[in-house]
Write a protein that binds this ligand. Structure first.
Ligand code: S3P
Length: 170
């Protein structure tokens, strides 16, 4: 079975949905940010502050390369994975890509106060979210399917994904 890949902006629920989905499907769950933190022994915010975003993106691509060698996994990516075309190409080769969507307001409510998202440690995080979302929108739309998560629990989002997968089979 192909991998199920979750992409989408920070705070759209990729990790929580991914965990539930993997249990329902009996797939292994991989959280790309977690793999990065484990292999480097550093928090994402520390990698950003010590080495900068470009180095973080290199590590992220290395991890994508490695994990896409296997299949039957649910992969929750970091929100910026779409920034490099090579990442998306690798993920698509043996995966079905689902983009989780939420409005700017919902995203802001979910991520505010979170100290472990270096890109949002700015004076006006609300404005930053808007700006990043606008820039990344066309990249997220490259997913095979988009799921609107608004008003849904992670469990319900996981069910929606399973429904889509079943529809695809028939
Ligand atoms: C990022 C999203 C984060 C993490 C890093 C960069 C981004 O992951 O990879 O802070 O560029 O959107 P989450 O989407 O899991 O928060």
């Amino acid at each position: 079975m192909k991998n199920i890949v979750l992409i989408g902006f920070m705070g759209t629920g990729k990790s929580s949905v991914g965990k539930i989905l993997s249990e329902k499907l009996g797939f292994k769950f991989i959280d790309v940010d977690e793999v990065i933190e484990k292999t480097t022994g550093m928090k994402i915010s520390e990698i950003f502050s010590r080495f900068g975003e470009p180095r973080f993106r290199d590590i992220e691509s290395e991890v994508i390369n490695l994990i896409t060698k296997k299949d039957s996994q649910v992969i929750a990516t970091g929100g910026g994975v779409v920034l490099r075309e090579e990442n998306m190409k690798k993920l698509k080769e043996n995966g079905v890509i689902f983009c989780l969507k939420a409005s700017e307001n919902v995203i802001f409510e979910r991520v505010k106060g979170c100290k472990d998202r270096p890109l949002l440690q700015v004076e006006n995080p609300e404005e930053r979210i808007k700006e990043l979302l606008n820039r990344r929108k066309p990249l997220y739309e490259k997913a095979d399917f988009c799921i609107d998560t608004e008003g849904l629990t992670p469990e319900q989002v996981a069910e929606k994904i399973i429904e889509r997968l079943r529809d695809g089979e028939t």
